[in-house]
Design a protein around this ligand. Sequence first.
Ligand SMILES: [Zn+2]
Ligand SMILES: [Zn+2]
Length: 258
Amino acid sequence: MDYNFHTHTYLCHHAEGDMEEYVKRAISGGVKYMGFSEHFPLVLSNGKQSPFRMYVEDVSLYRQTVDELKEKYKGKIQLYLGFEMEYYPGNFSRMLENTKAYGAEYLIMGEHFYCPEDTPDIYHASVKTEDEERLRAYTAAVVEGIAQEIFTYVAHPDVLHFVGNEALYQSEFRKICQAAKVHKTPLEINFLGIRTGRYYPNEKLLQIMGEEGAPVTFGFDAHDAQSAYDGASLEVALSLVKKYHLHYIGKPPLRFLQ
Ligand SMILES: [Zn+2]
Ligand SMILES: [Zn+2]
């Protein structure tokens, strides 16, 4: 695996390690194309900033560091500056403008929430739920996000921890797989989930991805330098591709922001 476009940094307050160490580790694993995809900064309606993301005031440091590393490791690895970001219907055009102002070359969608975190009754997608409205809201937002044809891919599409009605799970997640196919937007098998034994990758979704022929890619989702290459999880991911007859496309074509 010579690519990885899902990399965080200490700037999001829940990852660690020097950015250069991530780059060195990736090179040592044979990565040729690497993107930093820090959690996109978001100022909430009360003026505060969402704490699990990088802060607006750190964007210039982020850019500067990626630029320096690009130059320093030229010829060894191709680096890109991106963000992992939610698709919030209604807020997206403003968020997209900001990503461009911040110098982003590409985006991946990570739908940890489906509306801004200061919305009443908001919950993180990882919270177990049987609520069918939440499921519908999540899949509708992801499908609409995919249809923008702006995101390079969808990170951990199975981040919604729905444990309710099985048939509804199937029909809702099938919509995501079909949209992914129509809009040529790959769905990620997330290595952070594999490494740490999370509830994703969810094999129920992999089954549907295989049936629908949705394009599939891989992402290390590194939150520490060691995970900027993850060969152990790669083995697991490749076995899942085989088991569910997934349409694995390898390195996803980057959708460069204009
Ligand atoms: Zn994170
Ligand atoms: Zn994520």
